[in-house]
Design a protein around this ligand. Structure first.
Ligand code: ADP
Ligand code: MG
Length: 224
């Protein structure tokens, strides 16, 4: 069963003369254990699509099914629960809490889910930070980390609850080549080993082609 299916999603944004049809009928399926890239020019609708798929925004029309749940039939509490349990986000404007340490930031989604005791949470968070190359920065506050380090903490945080689906908007955008490679390899290995799924917007053609499938977007549609 796919983790997620989208059927003919449409979405307009802006008001009056500035109203834009950002999505013009997008359908796709995300299977477990696979990595997907979304490629396309700026303004083609990539971020709008990720917001809809992540239940952070609602379509004007179309259907979205996530882990067997019809998204439109969920109330706010159910949407939040579904997001927290099954999805991990690495978004450009999804910042760390600056007054919390890297370790605490990674533990936050685990606390919300409430399935592990504090020792297990901190052990798991430390292992995730080590996996993104930040073992020695776990006690640093968010505002004492570079942009690239913050991005790697955000990736560790996205993985905290072993989400079925990882949604990422330019997850390696602030990283140098070595760290971009390392983070992508980590995400890709996890997805393939554990049957999770990754859907990633990337302007890095090298990383996009290393995904199992590439969705090409143009003018609010998937063209291939
Ligand atoms: P991408 O991520 O591919 O660069 P977006 O999904 O951000 O594209 O944007 C798709 C289209 O919707 C663009 O034409 C953009 O200008 C427009 N758009 C995005 N957000 C808004 C908004 N809040 N208000 C008005 N138009 C928007
Ligand atoms: Mg975008």
């Amino acid at each position: 069963m796919p983790v997620l299916t989208a059927h003919s999603l449409t979405r307009s944004l802006g008001t009056g003369e500035n109203r834009v049809q950002a999505l013009r009928g997008v359908s796709l399926a995300i299977e477990p254990g696979r990595t997907y890239a979304i490629a396309g020019h700026s303004g083609s609708g990539k971020s709008t699509l990720l917001y809809l798929l992540g239940l952070l925004d609602q379509p004007d029309s179309g259907r979205l099914v996530i882990k067997g749940h019809e998204a439109h039939s969920l109330d706010d509490a159910a949407r939040t629960a579904l997001r927290n349990e099954h999805m991990g986000f690495v978004f450009q404007f999804h910042f760390l809490l600056k007054e919390f340490t890297a370790l605490e930031n990674v533990m936050l989604p685990m606390r919300k889910l409430g399935r592990l005791d504090p020792d297990a949470m901190s052990e798991k968070a430390a292992a995730l930070l080590a996996a993104v190359g930040l073992a020695d920065k776990s006690a640093r506050l968010g505002n004492q980390l570079s942009g690239g380090e913050q991005q790697r903490v955000a990736i560790a945080r996205a993985l905290a609850n072993d989400p079925a689906l990882i949604l990422a908007d330019e997850p390696t955008g602030n990283l140098d080549h070595t760290n971009a490679d390392r983070v992508f390899a980590l995400l890709s290995d996890l997805v393939h080993a554990r049957g999770q799924s990754l859907l990633m917007v990337s302007h890095n053609p090298d990383l996009a082609t290393r995904c199992d499938h590439v969705f090409q977007m143009q003018d609010g549609q998937i063209i291939t």
